[in-house]
Design a protein. Structure first.
Ligand code: XMP
Length: 515
């Protein structure tokens, strides 16, 4: 069975990053809650544990804890930040507030040569983010490194294979962080390092081929986005023409999107594809609806209705394939730091199986988006699909703020197409995580051809964000000249826009989409 590293999630915002870093070093990783049992860790063939950081103080009431038995299994443990403090506490050390809190870059000095901090300089820059420190180390621990404000910045246990670092090796601001993680994986856990995307493809294709019997069919709701597209191609590789993809044109797509998706799939893969033009029914139901949650509800409902009537005509369709990713599974499975607030009711096909009685096939339940992109690349999907920015299920409905009308959709489509054209032309598409235009329900006064322009003129916002996980994001410091060209063309070429603004809000507190 495949080896794994279990990342125990104490609520750090970096937990997923730790899991990714481990996989990037060719060891499979799984995020587990602090309640995980030794039995479960044996089932997943864990060869090491990483205790993540977390927002709490270990002594705080309700602070996440794990059972001490995890430290008694003989498995190597690496505690990071809160994880270090917890491991030390469980093994007899004391933790308290630091004299000075440390946030950001600081200099670490290695004071005791050891296998965890091997092949790194004696003095190096590391990233810290903590208010507590281990202030009394039990005699069983050996201090390995220090910083000016943190005398115990790395430790190892004298007898058990338990290690800890107060800094964050998983972030790129710790330049030797990856080497430290590799030391843990290979020198301490003795991992084999056989996790590769190529082997994932082979194993998954075989598993699907075995599961879907020769007389059964699979339906895949294709959105044209990277996850469902790569899922479709992987399925096709496993079961060929027993796959039917359904692409619903809900009238809320971007300029030429339906044609592009259809051409790509028919051209490259010969997959049985049904394109359902349902734009009229969606737009009719959305007429006069302004509230974002109401829009999402209607779209989700209509989508199910369309899917239902289409799938009735596909004989013996027992399975529904979806492009669900690992972060989706983790986020909906449990949340260590508390119950996440429902910020937006994300529309997806998750409501379908219960309604329609399909069994689910979700080949990417264990992968991150960048890994799905690698799968897509290896399966030969074209770059324009593999590297597409995400596009929300409710489409332009949540980007035409307020009333959705065919006229307003047309304005937004044209503006959005110009923006993307300019971004591509300036070679910025791959540098931005997501870029789009938003049409505001605001008129502003302008002067066009020496005359006042107001009636029928709208403000268009441009949103470009940098993010890895779409949970937090910063606005892209995009090239001014690119913004100037996009703004100029939008105002000149799109009838109904006389002002363009650039959105400089980060997430949080804003979200990526406006609605
Ligand atoms: P927010 O706006 O929540 O967006 O910061 C985070 C990411 O999710 C996308 N998004 C959605 N995707 N259905 C989807 O399939 C939705 O209802 C939805 N709302 C937002 C958004 O485009 C961004 O990539």
């Amino acid at each position: 069975m495949r080896q794994s590293i279990a990342v125990i999630d104490f609520g750090s915002q970096y937990t997923q990053l730790i899991a990714r870093r481990v996989r990037e070093n060719h060891v499979y990783s799984i995020i587990v809650p602090p309640t995980v049992t030794p039995q479960r860790l044996r089932e997943i063939n864990a060869v090491g544990l990483i205790f993540s950081g977390g927002p709490s103080s270990v002594y705080e009431e309700g602070a996440p804890q794990c059972d001490k038995s995890l430290l008694e299994m003989g498995l190597p443990v690496l505690g990071i930040c809160y994880g270090l403090q917890l491991a030390c506490l469980l093994l007899g050390s004391k933790v308290g507030s630091a004299k000075a809190r440390e946030y950001g870059r600081t200099q670490l000095t290695v004071s005791h040569p050891n296998e965890l901090l091997a092949n790194v300089p004696e003095q190096m820059s590391v990233w810290m983010s903590h208010g507590d420190v281990v202030n009394e180390l039990s005699a069983d621990f050996i201090p390995l490194a220090q910083t000016a404000n943190c005398p115990i910045a790395a430790v190892k246990h004298a007898v058990k294979p338990v290690y800890g670092v107060q800094f964050h090796p998983e972030v790129t601001h710790t330049p030797y962080g990856s080497q430290i993680l590799r030391n843990f994986l290979y020198e301490i856990c003795k991992a084999e390092g056989d996790w590769k995307i190529g082997s994932f493809i082979g194993e998954t294709v075989d598993a699907i081929a075995r599961r879907v019997k020769p007389d059964e069919r699979v339906i895949c709701g294709l959105s044209g986005g990277v996850d469902s597209s790569v899922a479709a191609v992987l399925l096709y590789k496993a079961i060929g023409d027993r796959l039917t993809c359904i692409f619903v044109d809900n009238g809320l797509l971007r300029l030429n999107e339906a044609k592009m998706v259809e051409a790509t799939f028919r051209g490259h893969f010969h997959i049985d594809l049904r394109v359902v033009d349902a734009s009229e029914r969606f737009l009719t139901r959305l007429a006069g609806v302004k509230h974002p949650q109401e829009k999402r509800k209607i779209i989700g409902h209509e989508f199910i209705e369309v899917f239902k009537s289409e799938s009735c005509t596909i004989r013996n369709a027992k399975y529904l394939a979806q492009g669900t990713l690992y972060p989706d599974v983790i986020e909906s499975g449990y949340n260590v730091a508390g119950t996440a607030a429902n910020i937006k009711m994300h529309h997806n096909v998750g409501g379908l199986p219960a309604e329609l009685g399909f069994e689910l096939i979700e080949p990417f339940r264990e992968l991150f988006k960048d890994e799905v992109r690698q799968v897509g690349g290896e399966l030969g999907l074209p770059d324009e699909i593999v590297w597409r920015h995400p596009f929300p299920g409710p489409g332009l409905a949540v980007r035409v703020i307020g009333d959705i009308t065919p006229e307003r959709l047309k304005i937004l489509r044209e503006a959005d197409a110009i923006l993307l054209e300019e971004i591509h032309a300036a070679n910025w598409y791959r540098k931005i995580s997501q870029a789009f235009a938003v049409l505001l329900p605001v008129s502003s006064v302008g002067v066009m051809g020496d005359a006042r322009a107001y009636e029928g003129q709208n403000v268009c916002a441009i949103r470009c964000v940098d993010t890895t996980d779409f949970m937090t994001a910063d606005w892209t410091r995009v090239d001014y000249e690119l913004l100037a060209r996009a703004s100029n063309r939008i105002i000149n070429e799109v009838e109904g826009v006389n002002r363009v603004v650039y959105d400089i809000s980060s997430k949080p507190p804003s979200t990526i989409e406006w609605e």
